[in-house]
Design a protein. Structure first.
Length: 104
């Protein structure tokens, strides 16, 4: 099974814990994330809200995966303003419940 070369997480562990192990995980499991998002019906624009029937499936993990993909797309398109926005969202999602020192 594929695992992250930096933190050693497998995709199963990430899904179960609802936590991304590290930044490298996004790249290691990019295809898996995309496939997972498709099963959730999220493949187009990120609108910040999902249809009601999908609400139950929504998780911060899905948000993170969506943001990471949007970030990659923005970087690929050299739209750095958007990229910065998505990166900020990701920071909040990754550290939303944790206080990181020295970052403010
Ligand atoms: Zn990792």
């Amino acid at each position: 099974m594929k695992c992250c070369s930096v933190c050693g997480c497998t995709f199963d562990q990430i899904v179960k814990s609802q936590r991304i192990g590290c930044a490298e995980c996004y790249y290691t499991f990019a295809e898996e994330f995309r496939a997972t998002l498709e099963t959730y019906g999220i493949s187009g624009e990120y609108k910040g809200s999902l249809p009601k029937r999908l609400k139950g499936y929504r998780s911060t993990l899905v948000d993170r995966m969506t943001m990471q993909i949007k970030l990659e797309e923005a970087v690929a398109a050299e739209d750095y303003e958007k990229a910065a926005l998505y990166r900020d969202y990701l920071k909040v999602l990754n550290h939303g419940t944790e206080i990181k020192d020295g970052q403010q």
